[in-house]
Design a protein around this ligand. Structure first.
Ligand SMILES: Cc1ncc(COP(=O)(O)O)c(C=O)c1O
Length: 306
């Protein structure tokens, strides 16, 4: 580790190109996909241009946009926690340059269907870059989901974001990538911080791509736990949404902070968005058991008010 990493990370790019059947020139790397998202915004916008995303979604979208000098264009989610693609298409202005679609969505776990995204892409002007953020793609078992790589192959203005932080379990090493059109990826290289992808992250990425069987087992176990915890919360009468990610969303509205305190009192770290809801990540079976027993207590405390 006293040596600098390979600046172009050729081996990792080759492994990813092979994995997805794309060219190495279609792959841009970063220190986590959040860094690649930042590169995408810098590459595609001038100061004052618009960056659109559903809201609520990944917290970094508005922050990265503002830091890059762009203007965030949040479009509210539908009542059931999904992207409102009709409203998003209608909200595109002449200044909009980038649209993020988060599939499954963080924090609601909802999925964008293939037909809905196709309809949307037909309406989006071709100079607008559409980024399909698939940070949680490995956990997505929805039969009709949009698939980023297929969209990249069919539309010249689509890029896909993937990360090694979630299913691969390498969040602390910081490794993510975009698959996109050659010209865009070339520009990402120009705005990227040199050597941001460490030698250790590159080696871990290559090794992880060779461990697909182990990955599959891990994902299967998580999906089984997701079904169990979802069913338990539903049974308890809590307002939980079906999720295709590695977390569940409790649409608790005005009760959010009260519920958050209950979880915290049980030594469970959950993400609360006051007035909106709670995102609860799935953990070990033991941790999930504790989530369920807390959920039952929460439901019995809330019940008299509803
Ligand atoms: C939707 C989404 N995209 C991207 C990221 C960034 O992950 P990383 O930078 O660790 O790859 C996250 C992390 O929470 C996320 O939720």
């Amino acid at each position: 580790l006293h040596r600098y990493p390979a600046i172009a990370a050729e081996q990792l790019k080759e492994a990813l190109a092979l994995r997805w059947g794309v060219g190495v020139e279609n792959i841009g790397l970063g220190a986590g996909s959040v860094e690649v998202a930042s590169q995408l915004i810098h590459a595609a916008t001038d100061p004052g241009d618009g960056v659109m995303f559903a809201w609520r979604s990944f917290e970094a979208y508005p922050i990265l946009s503002t830091v890059a000098g762009a203007v965030p264009q949040p479009v509210p989610l539908t009542a059931d926690g999904g992207h409102d693609l009709a409203a998003m298409a209608a909200a595109i202005t002449p200044r909009t340059r980038v649209v993020f679609l988060c599939n499954p969505n963080n924090p609601t776990g909802t999925v964008l269907t293939a037909s809905a995204v196709d309809d949307f892409l037909e309406k989006v002007p071709s100079h607008v870059l559409v980024v399909i953020d698939e940070a949680y793609v490995h956990f997505n078992r929805h039969p009709d989901t949009a698939i980023g790589m297929e969209l990249f192959r069919r539309y010249p203005n689509v890029a896909v974001l993937h990360t090694f932080s979630k299913a691969y379990g390498l969040a602390g090493l910081r490794l993510g990538y975009a698959v996109g059109p050659r010209q865009l990826i070339e520009t990402l290289g120009k705005v990227a911080v040199p050597f941001a992808v460490t030698a250790l992250a590159q080696a871990a990425g290559i090794a992880s791509l060779e461990a697909e069987d182990e990955l599959r087992e891990r994902i299967d176990a998580l999906v089984a736990e997701r079904r169990r915890v979802f069913a338990g919360m539903l049974d308890a009468g809590l307002p939980v949404l079906p999720s295709e990610a590695n977390f569940l969303w409790l649409a608790a509205g005005a009760d959010t902070e009260r519920l958050a305190r209950l979880f915290e009192d049980s030594a469970l770290s959950v993400r609360a968005f006051p007035g909106e809801g709670l995102r609860i990540s799935l953990g070990t079976p033991e941790a999930n058991d504790r989530v369920l027993s807390t959920a039952r207590t929460a439901a019995s405390l809330l019940a008299p008010q509803h």
